[in-house]
Design a protein around this ligand. Sequence first.
Ligand SMILES: *[C@@H]1O[C@H](CO)[C@@H](O)[C@H](O)[C@H]1NC(C)=O
Ligand SMILES: *[C@@H]1O[C@H](CO)[C@@H](O)[C@H](O)[C@H]1NC(C)=O
Ligand SMILES: *[C@@H]1O[C@H](CO)[C@@H](O)[C@H](O)[C@H]1NC(C)=O
Ligand SMILES: *[C@@H]1O[C@H](CO)[C@@H](O)[C@H](O)[C@H]1NC(C)=O
Ligand SMILES: *[C@@H]1O[C@H](CO)[C@@H](O)[C@H](O)[C@H]1NC(C)=O
Ligand SMILES: *[C@@H]1O[C@H](CO)[C@@H](O)[C@H](O)[C@H]1NC(C)=O
Ligand SMILES: *[C@@H]1O[C@H](CO)[C@@H](O)[C@H](O)[C@H]1NC(C)=O
Ligand SMILES: *[C@@H]1O[C@H](CO)[C@@H](O)[C@H](O)[C@H]1NC(C)=O
Length: 906
Amino acid sequence: MTEYTKTCVVWLLWFLLCVATINLCLCNSLSSATCWEIERQALLKLKAGLVDPANQLSTWTDEDCCRWRGVSCDNQTGHVVKIDLQRDFGSFFRGYFNGTIPPQLGNLSILEILDVGNNLHLRADDLQWLSGLLSLQHLDLTYVNLTKSSDWSHMIFRLPSLSVLKLGNCGLHSLPSSIKNLYANSTRLSVLDLSRNDFDSEIPGCLFNISSLTYLDLTYSNFNGQIPSAFENLIFLEVLLLMQSNNLKGNLPDILEQAGSFRYLRTLDLRYNMISGSIPASIGRLSFLSKLYLSGNQLNGTVPNIIGQLSDLKVLDLADNSLQGIISEHHFTNLMKLQELDMSSNSLVLNVTPGWVPPFHLKVIGLGSCHLGGYFPKWLHTQSKFIALNLSNTRISDTIPDWLWNLSSQVVLLDLSQNEIRGMLPMSFSSTDIDDINLSYNKFEGSLPRLPSRPFSLDLASNSFTGPIAFGNNEVFLSHLILSNNKINGSIPSSICKLEELAVLDISNNQLSGELPTCRKNFTNLMVVNLANNNLSGEIPTMMCQHPYPYLEALRLSNNSFSGEIPSSMKDCTDLVMVDLGQNKLHGNIPTWMGESLSSLVFLRLRSNFFGGTIPPQICELSSLQVLDLADNNLTGNLPVCIGNFSKMIVNPNASQPTLNIPEFGASAGDFGNYIFPNYKYSLPLVRDGEEREYTNNLPLVTNIDLSDNSLVGEIPEGLLNLLGLQCLNLSGNYLTGNIPLKIGVMQSMMTLDLSRNELSGQIPPSLSNLSFLNHLNLSFNNLSGRIPTGSQLQTLNDTSVYMGNSYLCGPPLPQECPGDGPSQNPSFTSKENEDEGGDIQEMLWFYLGIVSGFVLGCWMVWGVLFFKRSWRIAYFLVVDDLYDKVYVTSVLGIRRLKEMKGRRT
Ligand SMILES: *[C@@H]1O[C@H](CO)[C@@H](O)[C@H](O)[C@H]1NC(C)=O
Ligand SMILES: *[C@@H]1O[C@H](CO)[C@@H](O)[C@H](O)[C@H]1NC(C)=O
Ligand SMILES: *[C@@H]1O[C@H](CO)[C@@H](O)[C@H](O)[C@H]1NC(C)=O
Ligand SMILES: *[C@@H]1O[C@H](CO)[C@@H](O)[C@H](O)[C@H]1NC(C)=O
Ligand SMILES: *[C@@H]1O[C@H](CO)[C@@H](O)[C@H](O)[C@H]1NC(C)=O
Ligand SMILES: *[C@@H]1O[C@H](CO)[C@@H](O)[C@H](O)[C@H]1NC(C)=O
Ligand SMILES: *[C@@H]1O[C@H](CO)[C@@H](O)[C@H](O)[C@H]1NC(C)=O
Ligand SMILES: *[C@@H]1O[C@H](CO)[C@@H](O)[C@H](O)[C@H]1NC(C)=O
């Protein structure tokens, strides 16, 4: 080695050392360097808009913003590359933004990930600042209100590096046509989430041109029309979510025709649309398929055996279609990974060999309305991990096998309703901790066991349980307790006061007696109380709804022996929709506050009590009222002149339907809501057509005024004629005088009109014959005179009993001839009337549709609101924290169960 070489080596070593040192210094200096001031300022601006009750952003003060929680920087340059303030159950940040995203975020020039999703109070009025973020790869603005930022698509779809874009629930209304040009050959976007917006248009075919997509979520986005057929472009698609868009149409065989091109499809969710056709055998080519959701469509035909070859399948959801045929073990041959199976609400027959041992261990088992052959399926015994089991309406006429009760520790939902299951409940039932138990509509008998404390919901309605109600000593979490239609006796125990979470209590149609217990604590969640048709006595308790918990919506105490007056504390129950105190021994006046305070009241039934005094005119302020039944009391005075003000009974068929304003949380409250609040259906007995019947499904459509059998005097107010939507008017058995209003024929919805047993005089107005829906008319026992009008509807109401007891009436159907009567009628007059009738029917249809949609919406709103009530919210978070998985998988079942129940409980 020469000197020269040595020198070189030394120099080289020296040089390397220097480089290393410089590097080291640089690195050191960089890693200890504070972040860029301009970026720090931008982050501070962001922080200023945060509501951070848990003080989780306490680190957002010191110099080095790279060390702040939720912020990450590039190791080399010190620039902020990631902001993660995702507000989610799993993530750290539990505060929220309140206000506008600060445009200073545009200064974070090499930001790659911006995640501020699920912040409910955040909005962005303008997304100009996004244009600076050329490195942005991942943008999550879920729940950020973008209603006002009309430029959103321009800004966002121009980001050159974007691969993940989440814009769920941003209040978006339209997809600009320009995205087609922007994206047809842009290859980066891989995840696109536009769910829960309100596009109200067809799915733009261009979305299906983005060939780089692996994940496309259009759930609840109100896209309608046909599903585009340009699937073959989406060759990398792994997840396609189109659930409940807005009745998307399509033919499943067509959609899957290019099944070969979706080689990688793992999740296909087409739930609750209008997909038709049958399940094609080509589905067998989707060999990576893991989750297949097809429920709530119009699929028919049989289920192909090849589905049993999809060995990655974890979820198979076929419920709520028109599938038929036999399902055998061949359908499950290779489904080792199956966890959720839901075939409910089809016409399927499950026929497996008795000793079948399934290859899977299910968590969710939905077999509602499947034909199971009369017995509990033996193979269920092998499914020791299930958390939800729906065997409702499966024609089981067996006893419950013992093992079912022993499995219960992880079970959330058990629905065995609508079968013919016999036997008694075991002692162990009292300690079960299943959250939601429905054994209604079976043949269970024997004395009611001590009620378990753990469930949210227990429905034992319509069995033959006897004996008294008893609760255990523990804290009771029951929120829904439904024991109606049994033979339960004894009194309501004071231990019911322990049910602090109680929301729905229905013990109607039993043999309960005695007074209601007085509870020291208030029921803060009480929503429905139905104690009708028992033999309960005493005063109406005052603890039903207390300021500040006025959530009671329905109070039914009818057909008992309650006495005393209506307690004035009820005026705090401002959410009341239904008050039924009929058939008791109540007295006193009808309180004036009823009209003033109970502004949500739709159904008011006080019939068959001893109420006296006059009808307070304040009652006319009840603008939602549809049923006013004060019959068979001791009311005096005139009919209130304002009786025509009940705006729900005034229907203008030409008015356009109100815009449905679905609350923000409608969708998610639905998913969880059905789980936490199993369906409860209002019902009410009403007298129409002269006989009393229980109205349930049609109740929202009913309009009734029944003031019969009181001591009312005076004339029928003209204003009554405003009530064009009134279907049933009964004023019989009073002392009303004067004429029947001449224009009564304008009340086109009228089906029942009973003015009998009054002192009405004058002629029967000829317009009466215009009431084309009238099917029950009674004018008997008045002082009416003159010719009975004829024509259209009145020709079918030709029973003499309609008119008898009026000495001076004449003409058919009465035998008395009118003076100067000829034998002939005028036929041309009649046929013209019939033409009018057609138009009326159409109008009525619109009217009904309007009411139905209004009512459905009403329920949603109620649930949406309740969802945020204190203790249910706690329940909800408990559920989310502890049972997230459980709820996740059962919510699917919950929705369906609700639908089934709705169909069933007529
Ligand atoms: C930056 O450094 C941290 C810790 O030294 C390391 O965990 C991280 O992966 C690095 N990030 C990059 C982008 O190199
Ligand atoms: C958001 O801020 C506004 C005004 O600063 C305030 O009135 C409102 O109550 C806040 N909303 C929430 C949910 O914190
Ligand atoms: C979104 O913002 C618009 C206007 O700023 C407002 O009218 C709308 O109610 C907001 N939407 C939600 C869901 O808060
Ligand atoms: C995208 O495709 C269009 C037409 O197919 C073409 O005109 C345009 O140049 C392409 N853009 C890029 C960036 O490749
Ligand atoms: C399925 O329904 C379609 C249209 O509703 C009908 O044409 C077809 O015959 C049905 N297929 C089966 C197998 O029932
Ligand atoms: C129960 O209601 C009464 C009367 O409204 C009220 O004074 C009391 O504070 C309430 N108790 C609780 C625990 O909310
Ligand atoms: C009905 O009212 C009248 C007078 O207001 C009263 O004398 C009578 O006792 C009342 N009847 C009943 C059953 O309350
Ligand atoms: C009464 O109406 C019935 C049913 O419309 C009809 O069959 C009958 O002939 C009518 N009787 C008279 C007397 O008009």
